[in-house]
Design a protein around this ligand. Structure first.
Ligand code: B12
Ligand code: SF4
Ligand code: SF4
Length: 334
């Protein structure tokens, strides 16, 4: 039943207090969540998830690979031709993967009509990497990614929580990072905290380009480099991703010829137009102003002087963006 849905792998885990809740608590105490206040507010729910999923006893944990992307958006060239993290180079998994799991949950319901099934991915206060670890699907890498021994880390985690009592069939997988520190060495913002297997999320490019509301500080802007949306560096350098995904068949996006054209389109579109066009992709989360901010930062970092006219004609009343625009124009003159 599960294999038919083309999931990468699956396993079962008890739906109870996460074993790494102490790591999460310390992470919040250290304010590594930045402006993502909801992560702090979710702490009590994450400690005892049965509080809101009162019927759930177990989770069926499912992995969905996104390299190559399962729901490609070739009709939206911006998502393929600018430096967008791989998970976002297709339709939003919150919609598509969620739907696949809900269909699976429905079919389980027909087999077990008296039991409870509910499918989630990144939508509930559930520690999903912890669940995947308990289900024996991978280990916590030093970059904090859940890494599967055969498939690397380019996958989403989802779960169908259920009232069925399901025993985990797989043993948990011990650390296989060993002495490697490639991800820590490669991270441009030093967001990975050595020895802790967590990030200071407020430094991570993924956070700065997707979750952060305002404009990052100047030093952070420069470290964002070419990333227009999200970041994959700490996964790209990971040896566990080399073999299974054969990077040569999944080249980095082609940036040269059309990059300025795509960034200019973002600058000159209204926020409504952007929202409409990218609604089916994860890019919608940053909203129009967030994508304009990201475009301006990439333009400054890459010194894309052919964007100057567009920057001057860009229309916005957002004060942060106006200040950023002035900074970018100065950068382009230097
Ligand atoms: C907030 C969030 C972010 C934040 C913070 C990320 C972070 N690492 O903390 C930001 C915006 C930066 C982010 C970025 C990304 N995210 Co995100 N994110 C989340 C979210 C909503 C919560 C993560 C969280 O709780 N962080 C707090 C820390 C403390 O928890 P953690 O990262 O899970 O770390 C665990 C390990 O550190 C472990 N641990 C450490 N030491 C020890 C020691 C022991 C003994 C044990 C047992 C455990 C342990 O315990 C922690 C808790 O389980 C989850 C979805 C979810 N509900 O879980 C998705 C999720 C983690 N994100 C995901 C993805 C795909 C990404 C990106 C790849 C997207 C991108 N390319 O831009 C990047 C990856 C960056 C990275 N290296 O982590 C996937 C990860 C899949 C996987 N294979 O691991 C998830 C699971 C979403 C999903 N449903 O698929 N994300
Ligand atoms: S996603 Fe990028 S910025 Fe974030 S921890 Fe990994 S390498 Fe660093
Ligand atoms: S790059 Fe090395 S240290 Fe980092 S997660 Fe991969 S194996 Fe572990």
């Amino acid at each position: 039943m599960i294999k038919n849905k083309s999931f990468l792998d699956f396993g079962f885990a008890p739906f109870e207090q996460p074993i790494s809740i102490h790591v999460y608590r310390k992470w919040i105490d250290n304010q590594h969540q930045g402006e993502m206040e909801y992560l702090k507010n979710h702490l009590p729910l994450k400690e005892s998830p049965q509080q809101y999923e009162t019927q759930a006893k177990s989770a069926i944990v499912l992995l969905k690979q996104y390299l190559p992307h399962p729901y490609p958006t070739d009709n939206l060239p911006l998502t393929q031709q600018t430096n967008v993290a791989r998970y976002a180079r297709g339709e939003d998994y919150h919609l598509r993967f969620q739907k696949e799991m809900s269909e699976l949950a429905e079919s389980m319901k027909t087999v077990f009509p008296k039991e409870y099934f509910s499918a989630h991915t990144d939508s509930h206060p559930i520690m999903e990497r912890d669940l995947a670890y308990k289900a024996g699907l991978g280990w916590f890498g030093k970059n904090s990614m859940m890494i599967h021994p055969k498939h690397g880390s380019f996958f989403f985690i989802g779960e169908i929580v259920t009232s069925l009592q399901l025993e985990s069939q797989n043993p948990t997988i011990p650390d296989r990072c060993g002495t490697c520190t490639r991800c820590i060495d490669a991270c441009p913002t030093d967001a990975i905290i050595p020895g802790e297997r967590v990030l200071n999320a407020s430094q991570c490019i993924s956070y700065l380009t997707i979750e952060k509301k305002g404009v990052p500080e100047e030093s952070q802007r420069r470290k964002i480099g070419e990333w227009f949306f999200g970041c994959d560096i700490c996964q790209t350098v990971c040896p566990w991703n080399e073999k299974p995904f054969q990077f040569k068949k999944n080249p980095e996006p082609q940036q040269s010829a059309d990059l300025s054209k795509h960034l200019i389109e973002i600058l000159l579109s209204s926020n409504k137009e952007i929202q409409r066009k990218y609604a089916i992709t994860p890019l919608a989360r940053a909203r129009g102003n967030g994508l304009k901010r990201n475009a301006l930062i990439v333009i400054a970092n890459l010194k894309l002087r052919d964007c100057i006219d567009a920057i001057n004609s860009m229309h916005t009343e957002n004060e942060d963006l106006l200040k950023l625009r002035d900074w970018v124009l100065v950068e382009l003159k230097s």
